[in-house]
Each structure stands twice: as C-alpha cells, then as structure tokens.
Ligand binder design. Sequence first.
Ligand code: NAD
Ligand code: MG
Length: 343
Amino acid sequence: MSDFENPVYYDEDADVSILDNRTVAVIGYGSQGHAHAQNLDDSGVDVVVGLHEGSSSRDAARDDGLRVTTPVKAAEEADIVSILVPDTVQPAVYDDIESALEPGDTLQFAHGFNVHYNQIRPRADVDVTMVAPKSPGHLVRRNYEADEGTPGLLAVYQDATGEAHDVGLAYAKAIGCTRAGVIETTFREETETDIFGEQAVLCGGVTSLVKQGYETLVDAGYSREMAYFECLNELKLIVDLMYEGGLGEMWDSVSDTAEYGGLSRGDEVVDETVRENMEEVLEGVQDGTFAREWISENQANRPSYTQLRQAEQDHDIEDVGADLRALFAWGDDGGEEEVPADD
Ligand code: NAD
Ligand code: MG
C-alpha cells in the first residue's frame, strides 16, 4: 500500500447525522443532479430539487418521487445548496439565488471552475465545499443502487461555520462516495488537474492521437476500415485493461511483439515535443488563459466551439466508424443511460 499525499476518507470517517436537520437543495437535474438528489433522498436526507418553471427536467424529478420548486425557493428553504447545473450557467444561477442564502448555509459544487476562476465569488458568511464524484452521474446512481460506491473528491474553499468539512464529508457519504473512498483536495488542484487532464490526455490528446494514427495509415494506402479498427476500435480493449490493472496488466495481456514494439516506439511517437506542448497547455490552465477564452467564447455564442465541433464531425473516421458500427452492432451493453435533456 503506498502512502497517499492527500487524506482519504471512508464510510467510518463520515457521519450523515449532521444532515439530520438540514435540507439539501439540488439545483439542476442533469447527469450529476439526478444522481445526487436520489442518492441523498435514499440516504434519508431531506431533498428539494430547484428547477425553473419551464424546465423539461421537472417531470423527471417528480417522476423520481422528489419535491420540485424554483431554484430561488429551493435555496431559501435549504441549508445546503448544491449547484449542479452546467458550469457555464452557474454564475447566472448563483446571482439569482445568492440573496436566498442564509449565513451558515453551505454552497456545494461538483467542480471548482467557477469559484477557482472567480466567476462566482461566494458570500463570506457561507461555507463553500466541493464533493465531486469521479464518474458520470448515471454511474453515481447505478453504483449506489448496487450498494457500491463511486470514488470522489472533497474540498473546502471557505469554512465560515467550522463545520464545512464535516458537512461535506456527510454529503459525500450520503451520495455513496465514501463507500469507495474520498480524496481530499483543493478547488485549485481539482480544477486545474481536471481541465489539464481533459485537454492533454483524456479528450484532446487521445482523439488527436487516434486521428493522426488513422490518417497516417489511410494516407499510406491502407483501407479506412483497417485504420479505424486499429486506431479507434481497439483502443477500448487496451484502456479496459489499464483501468482494471494498470499499465502492467495491459502489457501482460498483449503479445510480446506488441509489448516490445509499444515499449520501444511509444516514446518516439509521443516525444519530448509533446511533453513541452503539454506543459504549455498546463500553463494556460494555471494562468487563466484557457478559462478567459472559454468564458468569452460562451459570451460570444460559441463561434470557435461550433466550428471545431463541425470539423470533428466531418472527419473521415466518423464516417467509416458509423458504417462499421452499424454493420457489426457490437458492444452495445446500454452503457450510457438517458438523462434529462438540457434546457
Ligand atoms: P448537466 O448538463 O447534465 O445538467 C444540466 C441540468 O441543469 C439540466 O438537466 C437542467 O436541469 C439544468 N439546467 C440547465 N440549464 C439551466 C439553467 N439555465 N438554469 C437552471 N437550470 C439549468 O450537468 P452535469 O454534467 O451534471 O454538471 C453539473 C456539475 O457537475 C458541473 O459543475 C460539472 O462540472 C460537474 N460534474 C459533472 C460530471 C459529469 O460526468 N457530468 C462529473 C463530475 C462533476
Ligand atoms: Mg472531469
């Protein structure tokens, strides 16, 4: 067992009874919102869901047996206000509900972006916490129902009452996170590592690697089908092995040829230059350049975002991939569950 740098908490470290006489307002009923609200409710916590009058998520929350009112009324009534609307709309929602907060209330987030980059400046007389499950909402719900946990993060940004940490930990337990383990972090560390990870490795890095590999094969005259299988489809098998048992289990499972070739050529492909590019991307995350760009992008109605999305949809690999997946129709285990639509 290795020593962790940050404290890790489990069920026995958290006491849900601190929530006994508190009401939690869950604002938003999307991916995280529906999971937090239902898990809290099943854990015996008094929950009210805050959604504006015209929200298409209202019916879903009611169908799940939850009480629904407007965000402002929910915040007025609640002692803990969990902000689970998309990050880009959180500042406007906070402006609406700020005066509904009472001194000593808890403002709870699942991602640190708006607080860390000063898009929300919480009132000084409230506690500000983050409980961030490291998983999409449908798994947070599914794991809870299966008596399993979802690992999560806990951070305290502001402790006006002296109870912020205990309340955050209780919230994490009530949504099932301490069953798996909750790592203590800060708003800064969570935000910067999260955004760096999605840009450099998870979403940006990996898709670029896939596209470049595909294009290299197709440009050299190989068939699009083979290029798709090699560079995109098989990625899942490799990632599943790494997820289960780390890099070692993956290397053990592939052929010796794959292992030797991968070990000897990987660093040739993703070389020092890529490392320097990553450091630059990290700098843009740390100094707020990316945050400012993303905020003005949203204020301008997302012109670059729309263009980049279109270019990605138009890539040849999407075309051949759609045809192949329709032809083979494999691997459909119903993985992604429907969540209420955005509104
Ligand atoms: P989402 O896009 O799934 O939630 C959208 C919901 O917010 C809608 O269903 C609607 O109920 C509500 N909503 C949308 N626009 C609104 C508006 N203008 N006013 C009021 N309500 C509105 O969001 P999400 O992915 O659950 O993200 C919520 C928070 O959780 C974010 O801070 C996000 O970073 C964080 N988070 C998400 C995940 C994830 O996997 N989705 C994981 C960890 C943390
Ligand atoms: Mg993330």
